[in-house]
Design a protein around this ligand. Structure first.
Ligand SMILES: [Zn+2]
Length: 390
């Protein structure tokens, strides 16, 4: 059974019996999770959070705005198969989005930011290879079952890990279990997060992989890449999701004319907007945050979008050549290429599903040149010593 954002919103809640996107059986009780901490961590609690870019805040984003794209989103990692998954994506020349947690409740799995574990290096590798990393909270709590203060902690703590490892933190978030209501959506907007849903659920956590393949292939073969696009959901906790389903999805999507891209790309959002610079609160490598007047009261769930589409575009130099950015080897080149991919602006009807009482205009606007990607690469290289993967 699959839920759509529409269904969810119509019901007032994003979670319905039997429609969970993540398997509640795959994690231990909340109490045991909440005790797992990693310190010290960067503290982002006082970072300003203007809502930059033209992708809406305060709504449930359930589909792409750029036709012909399949944005694979992988939830609940990183995990023991992440390296293999990155290899598969690299071999096939495709990009994806990982909604990560610090603690996914898997026994023995190090916390995401644990410097003695494998994940910090994999986070850098994923960024260097052009993938997008979004937040899925610190420990995968159901946001409908915890207090606003706990929700904020779940977000801010994971931001600390991102800053510790990469120097910036995400502006894209998927609530655990895709569970949210109006209050959650508003809080996410206030904290500068896009609330990302999906419109193609492979149901891979149910472990019926034949069914998962059928769901995916039926979707992409029954629609036209010239007019359709998808935000597809899968996970990386199960070996077969990575070693079997991932390649199948890639092949089926390509066979039917779809490009596999990140969520940011399928929404026409420049990579610099996928992350927030903790020093400025603005886009990574971009201009300073937009003047606050419009967004200042980040409490705008209802007015959402548009006003914030203030695109304070970081574009200063229109397009820097793709490979120019890099003095540093392949890593950056890769990153840059992704970024330089012309970001098509939404020509399709808005796919964002308005939060309860909101109407969200289609994310549109500018076709900001993704020069900023280069800045992402620069940031990575410069500040973070990403040279590791050269
Ligand atoms: Zn999840």
């Amino acid at each position: 059974m699959r839920i759509t954002s529409t269904t969810v919103l119509a019901g007032g809640l994003a979670i319905l019996p039997g429609t969970l996107a993540c398997d509640p059986n795959l994690r231990p009780a909340r109490d045991s999770l909440s005790r797992r901490e990693l310190a010290p961590r960067a503290d982002t609690s006082s970072v300003k959070r203007p809502q930059f870019g033209s992708v809406p805040y305060g709504v449930s984003i359930g589909s792409c705005t750029v036709p012909g794209k399949v944005a694979i989103t992988i939830d609940d990692g990183f995990h023991i198969y992440t390296s293999d998954l990155l290899d598969i994506f690299k071999r096939n020349g495709v990009k994806a989005t990982f909604f990560v947690v610090a603690d996914n409740g898997q026994f023995g799995r190090p916390l995401l930011g644990d410097p003695s574990g494998p994940f910090p290096a994999l986070m850098k590798r994923a960024i260097a290879e052009g993938h997008q990393l979004g937040s899925h909270s610190w420990s995968h709590q159901n946001f409908l079952e915890i207090s606003p203060q706990e929700r904020q902690q779940e977000l801010v703590k994971l931001e600390g890990t991102f800053v510790d490892v990469l120097g910036f933190f995400p502006t894209y978030f998927r609530p655990p279990y895709t569970a949210f209501d109006n209050a959650v959506v508003k809080q996410l907007a206030d904290l500068g997060y896009h609330n990302v849903n999906y419109d193609l659920d492979t149901d891979d956590w149910k472990l019926d992989f034949a069914k998962s393949k059928s769901i995916f292939s039926s979707a992409v073969s029954s629609t036209s890449a010239s007019t359709s696009s998808y935000i597809a959901l899968m996970h990386e906790l199960e070996e077969k999701s990575v070693h079997e389903l991932a390649q199948f999805i890639i092949d089926a999507a390509k066979k039917n004319g779809y490009d596999l891209v990140t969520v940011g790309e399928c929404l026409g959002d420049p990579p610099s907007n996928w992350y927030r610079d903790p020093a400025t609160g603005g886009p990574v490598g971009g201009a300073p945050p937009p003047p606050d007047p419009t967004t200042s009261s980040s409490s705008s769930t209802s007015s959402t979008t548009s006003s914030k589409s203030t695109t304070s575009s970081p574009s200063s130099s229109s397009k820097s050549s793709s490979s120019s950015s890099s003095s540093k080897g392949s890593t950056i080149v890769t990153t840059t290429s992704i970024i330089t991919t012309p970001v098509q602006r939404p020509t399709a009807p808005a796919t964002t599903t308005p939060a309860p009482a909101t109407t969200s205009p289609p994310a549109q606007g500018d076709a900001r040149s993704l020069n900023s990607l280069i800045s992402v690469g620069a940031v990575l290289l410069g500040g973070l010593g990403l040279l590791v993967y050269l």
